[in-house]
Unconditional design. Structure first.
Length: 224
């Protein structure tokens, strides 16, 4: 089942998804979560930190990570430490970024009984995690080259386009689709068109997020 919800503000988007995460880890303290980075979830992380939840038994997997020095301020490892991990009681060895060998990373997810809740953002080209247009619907965790559009979009976090890493490790579309529940967040008018194409258009590898139409437990929240 897919539900699409328009919210009135970024604040409401952030608090709505934070409430879903809160409910998940309060009802199921052993939850396994998949978490995104980027600008969209920043407000949600702020809300979650302010809730002062018990993260001590929660296990997290990040969707993706640039291939770069993990101590760089723009690495996704630095982002997660700054916005969530260093501000909660999550155990450092309970939070995982995609690692090599990728089969071991995938096994870790399967071995932890699978993902209960996966939170996603969406790129302006329809990517989810760093599964760029053309990614196989069966794809698993792997190294990818970032799309020109993604590099351009993400240059706002770096000094210039030339400073944006060109490669990343990402969970695959198949990996994401194995999650029991998926929540997709989108913020801003620049995401409206691709969100509409992904949720109501043809299911095609040219629009990676369109695969979500085939998942039976997806909620989409957006604001413009
Ligand atoms: C990041 C990720 C990406 C972002 C997407 C949107 O971990 O998975 O797919 O969700 O690029 O990024 P923002 O939120 O910055 O527009």
């Amino acid at each position: 089942m897919k539900t699409i919800n328009k919210l009135s503000s970024y604040k409401e988007l952030s608090s709505t998804v934070a409430d879903i995460v809160e409910e998940q880890i309060t009802k199921h303290p052993l939850s396994k979560l998949v978490l995104p980075t980027g600008s969209t979830p920043l407000g949600m992380y702020e809300e979650l930190v302010n809730k002062k939840l018990d993260w001590s038994t929660v296990i997290t997997f990040n969707l993706d990570a640039y291939l770069m020095n993990i101590t760089h301020p723009q690495s996704y490892q630095s982002y997660m430490k700054k916005n969530l991990f260093d501000r909660t009681n999550i155990y450092p060895n309970h939070s995982h970024f995609p690692f090599r060998p990728f089969s071991a990373f995938e096994d870790k997810i399967v071995g932890s009984m699978g993902i209960d809740l996966c939170i996603l953002g969406i790129g302006t080209n329809g990517h989810i995690a760093f599964n760029e247009p053309g990614s196989s619907f069966d794809s698993r965790t792997r190294v990818v080259h970032l799309d020109e559009q993604t590099i351009k979009d993400n240059s706002r976090f770096f000094g210039s386009v030339d400073d944006v890493p060109t490669q990343a490790i990402t969970m695959g579309l198949g990996t994401i689709m194995d999650s029991k529940k998926i929540v997709l967040m989108a913020n801003g008018v620049n995401k409206l068109n691709i969100l509409n194409v992904a949720m109501n258009g043809e299911v095609t590898e040219d629009v990676p997020a369109s695969i979500l139409q085939r998942h039976d437990n997806v909620e989409v929240f957006y604001c413009d």
